[in-house]
Design a protein around this ligand. Structure first.
Ligand code: NAD
Length: 335
């Protein structure tokens, strides 16, 4: 098969070598577009990221095309209707960062509970005093998980290892999970009232935008800790600032903040085209939260470990391999 791989940087190309014995592979750092499609018109397989154009106009020129292997979870850059009509299979990468993001939740939480940033800043200055560094234990505390999907559940597993009590809220609760993972579903207001730490794991949509606002902060325990690795706009930032200034919220660990540019999915943040369009540093630096000592902010990096990124590449190569062997996997259209 002739496999054309688009939008790859040089470090990403090695993984595709596993296919090189049996197939002809070409790489380019450019996206596939209507302007360059003629160069690739005999491709059997294309592997793309989300900046490539797989509209009908481009697909029409790829007469031999049998598989689109997108290196992303989302696939709205592919005209799946045309693919269905022409029998072109479309495969995606369903998950890559579940445990990675859940681990980041605890990186943020432990950094706050052990005052890690202030403590290490201090020793770097040669100051080994203890004053003002007293933290708090996680053991025995109640963690409220909002959204018991993949990341929420993985976060619960880790929390149970710390002997935390876990309560959770989800619009579509699956009671069978309670016993398996050792937590209890409660309604949203109960979660707000009971939790010492609240961690958000819901998608951003019309129902979750501003899910934690002024009213919700009022219902929380005094001194609650908020962790957000979901999407910034799930928290009303003004209400959070007020709750922090009042001491209602003792501390916050945020991997996402509302002013971030729209991120369709995390791998986009690593892409050259995203970096060229958006200056995350400036956006973050402007933010008042960044200057608060009881708030730690990471630059939407919860997903970014070498294992998670390698999983995208490995899954894509598996998708191509399985398709060529006649047993396609992770098919989202045209299978
Ligand atoms: P998922 O789809 O597996 O789970 C989402 C859960 O939220 C589901 O159980 C769903 O029923 C629940 N839900 C939806 N709307 C709700 C509402 N209004 N109230 C309560 N529950 C609601 O998703 P996931 O893989 O666990 O990811 C969760 C979120 O984490 C993603 O949507 C994404 O925004 C974010 N994320 C962030 C990073 C990062 O690097 N910071 C990486 C990956 C994902």
């Amino acid at each position: 098969m002739k496999i054309c791989v688009f939008e790859t940087e040089s470090w990403e190309r090695e993984t595709f070598e596993a296919l090189a014995d049996e197939h002809e592979i070409t790489h380019t750092d450019k996206p596939l577009t209507a302007d360059n499609v003629d160069e690739y018109k005999d491709a059997d397989v294309v592997s793309v990221f989300i900046y490539s154009d797989l509209s009908a106009k481009v697909l029409d020129k790829l007469e031999n095309l049998k598989l689109v292997a997108t290196r992303s979870t989302g696939f709205d850059h592919v005209d799946t209707q045309v693919c269905e009509e022409r029998g072109i299979t479309v495969s995606n990468v369903p998950t890559y960062g579940t445990n990675t993001v859940a681990e980041h939740v605890f990186a943020l939480l432990l950094a706050l509970s052990h005052r890690m940033i202030e403590a290490t800043d201090r020793t770097r200055r040669g100051d080994f005093s203890q004053q003002g560094l007293r933290g708090f234990d996680l053991r025995g505390k109640t963690l409220g998980i909002v959204g018991t999907g993949d990341i929420g559940l993985c976060t619960i597993e880790i929390a149970r290892g710390f002997n935390m009590n876990v309560v959770a809220y989800d619009v579509a609760p699956d009671e069978a999970l309670e016993e398996k993972f050792g937590f209890e579903y409660v309604d949203f207001d109960e979660l707000l009232a009971q939790s010492d730490v609240i961690s958000l794991h819901v998608p951003l949509n019309e129902h979750t935008r501003g899910l934690l606002g002024e009213e919700e902060f009022e219902k929380m325990k005094d001194g609650v800790v908020i962790i957000n690795t979901a999407r910034g706009a799930v928290i009303d930032v003004q209400a959070l600032l007020f709750a922090l200034s009042e001491g209602k919220v003792a501390a916050a660990g945020l991997d996402v903040i509302p002013e971030e540019p729209t991120v369709r999915e995390e791998a986009q943040l690593l892409h050259r085209m995203f970096r060229e369009k958006h200056d995350l540093e400036t956006i973050l630096a402007d933010h008042v939260l960044l200057r608060m000592r009881n708030v730690i902010i990471t630059p939407h990096s919860a997903f970014n470990t070498k294992e998670a990124i390698q999983r995208i590449l490995d899954t894509t190569v598996e998708n191509i391999d399985a398709f060529c062997a006649g047993e396609p996997v992770n098919v989202v259209a045209g299978g």
